[in-house]
Design a protein around this ligand. Structure first.
Ligand code: SAM
Length: 286
């Protein structure tokens, strides 16, 4: 089977040309053409024969194939119907792969998982289309789906923002959004040369380990605070919150900061996630 694997550029070209397939830039179609990277992605996602995996955007099935060889079952969600005949050919040897055609942002994911994964929690693995990375990750983590982890290839800059530390330019609402629901870890950097066609940007694989328990706070207030704090990131938190119109009464903010043990002069980018969690608890009615 090894000589039929989809890694090499000439093999990829041959299959796609035979089906008259042309890449769609609008759908973020940059396919992997490097077997080492494909294997490393699956390894770093820690996929075993007990695992149900959801793959978003199988493309021509390169990563799907490696997942099928390592997982119990793979559910691959692809928006581009033109890939139907390609995937029918490339995934033909694997009886543990289901391809669902549709937009991952619109499909009923909860029902799909209930239907196809025998009540088990699943791992997501994907080389995500760049144009919808954050909406897809947002949907996956906010919707209370039974997920263990999300291992995805994203634009390097986006991965850097997800794992950023306070006091840095990358630290912001994306860091605190992702950090609320998951524990993120960059698994590897990936050069643009391993894709066809080559994108202009480098990528990283990031693994988001989904928290079993969310931080104990008022979720609504937490996200309002974070949004307000970073809408005016150069201002002190008190000024940012009052300018944003979240709390006109500076005295009330001062009191809440004091109760949360946070200094009055701080700016949003100085606070750790735990500080926002505590502060949101003190301001439950924002
Ligand atoms: N997994 C393949 C690989 O690594 O070679 C292809 C990755 S390519 C970066 C992204 C894939 O996602 C494409 O196949 C594209 O058609 C698909 N896609 C784009 N938008 C999508 C959406 N909203 N829902 C599902 N799939 C989508």
């Amino acid at each position: 089977m090894e000589n039929k694997r989809l890694y090499s550029p000439s093999q990829v070209r041959e299959v796609l040309d035979r089906h008259g397939f042309t890449f769609s830039k609008g759908l973020g179609q940059n396919f992997l053409i490097d077997g080492n990277i494909v294997r490393k992605i699956v390894k770093s996602a820690d996929i075993t024969k007990d695992d149900y995996v959801i793959e978003i955007g199988p493309g021509m099935g390169t990563l799907t194939e490696e997942l099928a060889l390592n997982a119990k079952k793979v559910i691959a969600i692809e928006i581009d119907e033109r890939l139907r005949p390609v995937l029918a050919e490339t995934l033909e040897p694997y009886d543990n792969v289901d391809v669902v055609y549709g937009d991952v942002l619109k499909l009923p994911l909860k029902e799909i998982i209930e239907d196809k994964c025998e009540g088990q929690s699943v791992k997501v693995v994907a080389n995500l289309p760049y144009y919808v990375t954050t909406p897809i990750i947002g949907r996956l983590i906010e919707e209370d789906l039974p997920l263990q982890s999300i291992s995805v290839m994203v634009q390097k800059e986006v991965a850097d923002r997800m794992v950023a530390k306070p006091h840095t330019k990358d630290y912001g609402s994306l860091t605190l959004f992702v950090g609320f629901y998951t524990e993120p870890q960059i698994m590897m950097k990936v050069p643009k040369t391993v894709f066809m066609p080559q994108p202009k940007i480098d990528s990283s694989v990031i693994k988001l380990n989904v928290r079993k328990e969310l931080p104990d706070t008022n979720r609504d207030s937490y996200f309002k605070l974070v949004r307000a704090a970073f809408s005016k990131r150069r201002k002190t938190l008190i000024n940012a919150l009052s300018t944003y119109g979240l709390l006109a009464d500076k005295e009330a903010i001062r009191e809440a900061l004091k109760r949360a043990g946070i200094e009055e002069s701080v700016r949003g980018e100085d606070l750790e996630m735990d500080d926002y969690v505590r502060l949101a608890r003190e301001l439950p009615n924002l």
